[in-house]
Design a protein around this ligand. Structure first.
Ligand code: NCD
Length: 332
């Protein structure tokens, strides 16, 4: 592992990430993927450091993958479970964070159902001059940077296993299909994929894809960056190289945005038939958890010819190791 320059003290959003930062993460994750293929899958990079996982909202893969990543780097981990914590006695979220700070946490990984909570904690920790880094593990409908970075790593690794890099995506067509309105995964992916020079095509019923998403793209004015909106599935799929499907986030739907799940599947579900519109080598991604048979047909989800879903989960550990390592000092 080489020493890498990394200047960001928190990872809260991908909105202002530079191509160099994406590439540093991709390269560092590739080194950690190699570590994870060894017999002894552990390095001492974060020995003596404490990583606190503060998940105020449910999670299976993100939480376990951050925990495993920290352990593979030899950090000590603290896991917080809201239901059995002092939150139930009225403690505020900021006071919970300060409690972990007082215990010596060096980094905090934070998920919350409200947008902006990781940012608020990061601001408070900066105000206290703590030098503790905050990683946003998903905040409301805002962003989920580590998910988009693991998606990017999965796609780029498929295109060049040894040297995954942002530039590989230039000119590729990527369709993002599903509940875009409620998806923090879509928002983070739009930043990273448009930064790569890929053509990004969003597809969903109008109730789940407001027009304002057309404005939601990288502001740095890269010439080949393109973002398209479709209220029908087919134009997004035509010649697509990658199709990213998203869960219908029923827990965030406060109104009746869809006639029925069956109707949604009929119009927007990804099936073998519909994949014929895409490039022959098309690959499917889904951040999970999946509603089988709704956003994607069940057999397709398990078909290794098309599905990258388990590779995404595997990539998650290497990418999160890279994020913790870079934020923890980046020195081998
Ligand atoms: C996503 C999330 O929590 O935002 N899942 C994940 O982190 N792997 C997407 C979702 O919940 O649908």
């Amino acid at each position: 592992m080489t020493t890498t320059t990394w200047h960001r003290s928190h990872i809260l959003s991908l909105a202002d990430f530079t191509p160099a930062e994406y590439n540093t993460i991709l390269q560092t994750a590739a080194s950690f993927r190699e570590v994870l293929s060894r017999r002894t899958k552990k390095v001492p990079a974060l020995q003596g450091q404490v990583v606190a996982n503060l998940f105020f909202e449910s999670s299976t893969r993100t939480r376990s993958s951050f925990e495993l990543a920290a352990k593979r780097l030899s950090a000590d981990t603290l896991n917080f479970t809201p239901g059995t914590s002092s939150l139930t006695k009225g403690e505020t979220i900021l006071d919970t964070a300060k409690t972990y700070l007082a215990m010596g946490a060096d980094m905090m990984v934070i998920r919350h159902r409200e947008a902006g909570v990781p940012q608020a904690i990061a601001l408070e920790l900066d105000r206290l001059r703590s030098r503790v880094g905050v990683l946003n593990a998903g905040d409301g409908q805002h962003e989920h940077p580590s998910q988009a970075l693991l998606d990017l790593f999965t796609i780029c690794s498929l295109l060049d296993t040894d040297r995954p890099r942002l530039e590989l995506l230039a000119g590729k067509k990527i369709a993002i299909v599903g509940d875009i309105l409620h998806s923090r995964v879509a928002r983070s992916n739009i930043w990273s994929l448009t930064a790569s020079g890929a053509e990004v095509h969003l597809a969903a019923p109008p109730t789940l894809l407001p027009k304002l998403f057309a404005e939601y793209s990288h502001s740095s004015g890269q010439p080949n960056q393109k973002l398209f909106i479709h209220w029908q599935l087919e134009p997004a799929l035509v010649n697509a190289d990658f199709v990213m499907t998203l869960r219908l986030q029923k827990e965030r739907m406060t109104q009746h945005l869809l006639p029925s799940l069956r109707e949604y599947h009929r119009l927007f579900g990804i099936t073998r038939d519909r994949l014929r519109l895409c490039q022959p080598e098309v690959k499917l991604l889904h951040p999970g958890p999946v509603n089988r048979g709704v956003e994607i047909s069940s057999d397709l989800m398990d078909d290794p010819q098309f599905s990258l879903i388990s590779q995404q989960v595997t990539s998650g550990v290497a990418v999160r190791m890279a994020l913790l390592y870079l934020m923890g000092g980046g020195k081998a």
